[in-house]
Write a protein that binds this ligand. Sequence first.
Ligand code: GDP
Ligand code: MG
Length: 299
Amino acid sequence: MACVKRTKVAENFFGQLVIGPPGSGKTTYCGKIYKLYKEKLNREVAVINLDPANENMCYVPRIDIMSLITVEEAMGNLNLGPNGALMYCMEYLEENFDWLLNQLVLIKNSYLIFDMPGQVELYTHHISIRNICEKLQKLHYHFCCVHMVDSHYCSDPSKFISTLLLSLSTMMQIGLPHVNVLTKADLMKKNSDKLDFGIDFYTDVLDLDYLLQLLDDGPFTKKYQKLNAALVGLVQDYSLVCFIPLNVYSEKSLLNLKAAIDRANGYVYGSGEERNIQSLLSCAVGARTESERFDTDFM
Ligand SMILES: Nc1nc2c(ncn2[C@@H]2O[C@H](COP(=O)(O)OP(=O)(O)O)[C@@H](O)[C@H]2O)c(=O)[nH]1
Ligand SMILES: [Mg+2]
C-alpha cells in the first residue's frame, strides 16, 4: 500500500509594498495597477492604505490606517511637526500590529498592494516598517518593495547619485526583494534631449564613470572629487541598483513592471496563475524576459 505522507501546507500570501519619496507617483500607481489586476488580469486584489496622510486615494482601500490614526491627529494631540507625527503614526501601527493583522486575515485569496507613506527616513533608518514587514513575513506574507523614484532626478548628476544612494540604503534597511522604478517615464522621454545620457544609462546603472566625470566638472560637486569617487564606487561595488521605467498611463508599461514584481515576490511560482516557462527560466538566472528588456515604446 502506498504510504502517503501528509504535511500541512501553510497558506501563502503575496503582495507589494509601494514605497518612495512624496510625489513620486505611489498612490496613482496603486490605483492603476489595482484596476489592471482586477479588470484585465482577473486577479483578486486588495489595496491597503498605510499612509496616514493620504489625501488623493484613487481606489477604495480594504484597510485604511486613517481609521486607526492620522498625521493630523498625531500633530494636534502630541504637538508634533508633520515628520515627527508620521514617525509616531508608524510606531503606533507597529504597537497595534494586531489591528492590521486582524483585518488582513479577513482578506482571503487576494493579492495585496500596500500604499505606503513617502518620508524616506522611514525606509533608510527608522525601524517600525521593517519590524512590521518581518512580522508579516513570519506569517507567510511574501512581499517585495516597489521603490518609486521620480525620473526628474535623472536631470542632474548630483540628484541622480542621491537617488542611487537612497535606493541602495533602502534595499539594505528593509531587507525585502526590491524592484526599483523610475516613474513618470513619459515625461522623461519627452525631455530626453535635456538629459546628459541616453535613458538606458539611468535604468541599467552599468557604468558610472561617465557620471563621475560630470560630478567632477559640476559647479558645486567639483569641490568634492574624492567624495564623488567614493559615492560612485560604493554604488558600483554593491552592483544592486537598476531601475524599470514606468509610465503609469501605459498598460504595456504597467505589465512590464508587473512581470518583474511577480518574480521578485515569488507570486509567479506560488500562485495558481498560469506559469510561464520562459519567465521561470529567466528568473532562475536572474535575467529579464525578452518583453521586459528596456523598451521605450510605452513611454
Ligand atoms: N506624467 C506622469 N505623471 C505621473 C505619473 N505617475 C504619477 N504622476 C503624477 O505625479 C503626481 C504625484 O502622484 P501621487 O500618486 O500622488 O504621488 P505619491 O505622493 O507618491 O503618492 C500626481 O500629479 C500624478 O498624476 C506618470 O507616470 N506620468
Ligand atoms: Mg500617496
